[in-house]
Design a protein around this ligand. Structure first.
Ligand SMILES: NC(=O)c1ccc[n+]([C@@H]2O[C@H](COP(=O)([O-])OP(=O)(O)OC[C@H]3O[C@@H](n4cnc5c(N)ncnc54)[C@H](OP(=O)(O)O)[C@@H]3O)[C@@H](O)[C@H]2O)c1
Length: 279
């Protein structure tokens, strides 16, 4: 029986590459995008790959998508919350409207997606929630405070859920933590920066210039989306699912001080579970 996965943010990058790779590996894939008809036509040659309208800021669109999967299969094996985008501006520069837009997708989008998909995940014998956070969900970085705060929020959300979802609902939880990946991500970040006045002539100017200077050197060889998708395929085949999973050596190295003691996040989480639930 083919396993069923729903992936948000599957119009490009990590989501699309994972959707294609999993469909090729025999999974039934529901690829959530904001342009399902367009993408369905674009990738019509892939078997088992179905595009669904899933705007993570729209509860109606999510509800509708999960209802469709329910009608067809009566269950969902894996929910991959991947939709998100980066944001590069200092807290002292960003408008509240911009900050809320980041949180609407990166945080409330994940919360809404899980809330809407949970009943279907519970209908499967065992299931798995994956969320793409980032190395920025573990390590704060200059001028990325809004983005990192959004990814730290998802890390806290899912780490907490992991303490009881497995023993009580048989649902595994994994935080996928990529470093730099060659996708549309940077175009979105720098596109927004340009659209909102570019590098402003203020006290943050030397900081952002410094950051961008080192950024190019640091990210000269980003991971490909396909190689992140390989990690996702590998994760889905693992007997014991890690709570945290970096997707490259580069990501591992960058986060080493945060994860050295407990690289998969399982030891700490299981200790909390034992202490507070005696499970
Ligand atoms: N690339 C990196 O360097 C990197 C590193 C660490 C973590 N990440 C994380 O990886 C995830 C995937 O990003 P990516 O690198 O693959 O970039 P990407 O190619 O830009 O993909 C982002 C995806 O999210 C979708 N999206 C954005 N807002 C959405 C919304 N409201 N509802 C539904 N979908 C929405 C985009 O859809 P549209 O096409 O409709 O905009 C697109 O499909 C993100 O969560 C990102 O934070 C990326």
């Amino acid at each position: 029986m083919s396993k069923i996965i729903a992936i948000t943010g599957a119009s490009s990058g990590i989501g699309l590459a994972s959707a294609i790779k999993l469909a090729q590996n025999g999974w039934t894939v529901y690829a959530g995008t904001r342009h399902a008809a367009r993408d369905e036509e674009k990738y019509a040659n892939y078997e088992n790959l179905h595009f669904l309208e899933m705007d993570v800021t729209s509860p109606d669109s999510l509800q509708h998508a999960f209802e469709m999967i329910d009608k067809k299969h009566g269950r969902l094996d894996v929910l991959f919350c991947n939709a998100g985008f980066g944001f590069l501006r200092a807290l002292g520069q960003a408008s509240m409207e911009e900050i809320k837009t980041v949180f609407d997708t990166n945080v409330f989008g994940v919360i809404q997606t899980i809330q809407a998909g949970l009943p279907l995940l519970k209908k499967a014998e065992s299931s798995h929630i994956i969320a793409t956070t980032s190395v920025g969900g573990l390590v704060g970085q200059p001028l990325n405070e809004i983005y990192c705060a959004s990814k730290f929020a998802v890390e806290g959300l899912l780490e907490s859920m992991a303490t009881y979802y497995k023993p009580y609902f048989n649902i595994d939880i994994t935080l996928l933590e990529p470093g730099a990946v060659a996708t549309n991500f940077n175009d979105t970040v720098f596109g927004h920066l340009e659209k909102t006045g570019g590098i402003l002539d203020d006290e943050y100017k030397p900081i952002i210039e410094n950051y961008i200077g080192t950024f190019r050197a640091r990210n000269s060889v980003p991971q490909t989306a396909e190689s992140v998708a390989d990690v996702v395929v590998e994760l889905l085949g693992m007997e014991t699912k890690p709570l945290r999973l970096r997707t490259s050596d580069h990501a591992e190295k960058f986060t080493q001080y945060k994860v050295k003691q407990d690289p998969t996040g399982l030891d700490g989480m299981l200790q909390t579970r034992k202490l507070q639930l005696n499970k």
